[in-house]
Design a protein around this ligand. Structure first.
Ligand code: NAD
Length: 294
């Protein structure tokens, strides 16, 4: 069994990004991400800390707009409007889900597409589903794609089963894999025989948000297993895959921690740097237009 670790993928990405950041700085531009966080959810805080560490390690900037749990719709909307106009900010990441009293759909419609580096806007969704090579994909599915590319795991003609149909992971990943010529099956809570759907795949992606859902009964020898899940159980991290039971059977597997999650912040940095390059090439104050995924 081969362990598909995230760190070598991240290191390769950072090498390229450091060079791009240096070139941007020579032109007087520092890539800058703004994080919009409503409340203080533990998983948001932990992701945020990871983002700061990754960005600061390469000289990119991050700023957090920390809003109270009971922030009003209009306050949140003004925050997004202000970030749209702030020329020093070229990427905006808003943690979701938002508290129930806030209308997420309206916020999504406000953010400028060229600063939407995590595919919050319907413009970027449309690019993703059209597979037209424009816009920014959401960072987590993009991290899965980066990992597969790094380990030279081809998708053309492969049967992929994705467990999970969320707009953050399952659906966009299915579209990205389809664009790479995979034959994709998307499973969910109403799937009739999940074990069989998982076993018949060449590549199995677990993104169900259920700790250790995928056991030895869901896999067979020769498969590649990608675990997107992140959970804290008894103060220890685990994924949607029962690693101890699955790893001895399959050909390759991503660990948790140390797998997909560790690549996600590198993708966020990649998108932020790309946005800075595009905005810089158009000149400050003129950041209209479409951008390319990578
Ligand atoms: P979600 O809860 O929004 O969606 C889960 C999906 O899985 C749903 O579509 C649901 O139908 C399906 N599902 C749930 N239980 C199932 C079951 N028993 N059988 C079949 N399908 C089932 O979750 P999400 O936001 O897509 O996140 C999925 C997982 O990925 C979570 O563990 C989350 O923590 C993790 N995550 C990781 C990263 C990362 O960077 N690695 C980023 C975002 C989310």
């Amino acid at each position: 069994m081969k362990e598909l670790r995230g760190m070598p993928v991240t290191k390769a990405m950072l090498k390229d990004l450091e060079e791009k950041i240096r070139e941007l700085k020579e032109k007087g531009r520092v890539p800058k991400l703004a994080i919009v966080r409503v409340g203080e959810r533990e998983d948001d805080l932990s992701y945020e800390a990871g983002v700061y560490k990754r960005f600061q390690s390469v000289g990119a900037e991050v700023e957090t707009k920390a809003l109270a749990e009971n922030v009003s719709q209009s306050e949140l909307e003004s925050c997004i409007a202000q970030l749209n106009e702030d020329e020093s900010v070229n990427g905006v990441l808003m943690f979701r889900p938002l508290p129930g009293h806030l209308e997420e759909k309206r916020i999504k419609g406000l953010l400028k597409q060229e600063k939407d580096i995590d595919c919050l806007t319907s413009d970027n969704d449309a690019h993703l589903f059209a597979a037209d090579g424009l816009g920014y994909a959401p960072c987590t599915p993009q991290a899965v794609m980066e990992l597969l590319a790094y380990y030279q795991i081809p998708l053309t003609g492969k049967k992929v089963t994705i467990v999970g149909r969320s707009m953050v992971v399952g659906k966009p990943l299915a579209m990205m894999m389809l664009a790479e010529n995979a034959t994709v099956t998307i499973c969910h809570t109403k799937t009739v025989d999940l074990k069989e759907e998982c076993r018949k795949s060449d590549i199995l992606v677990a993104a169900a948000g259920v700790p250790k859902l995928i056991t030895d009964e869901y896999v067979r020898p020769g498969q590649i297993v990608i675990d997107v899940g992140i959970h804290v159980i008894d103060e220890k991290l685990c994924g949607d895959v029962d690693y101890e039971k699955v790893a001895p059977i399959v050909e390759a597997i991503t660990p948790v921690p140390g797998g997909v999650g560790s690549v996600t912040t590198a993708v966020l940095l990649k998108h932020t740097v790309l946005s800075a390059i595009i905005i810089n090439s158009k000149g400050r104050g003129s950041n209209e237009g479409k951008v390319c995924i990578s």
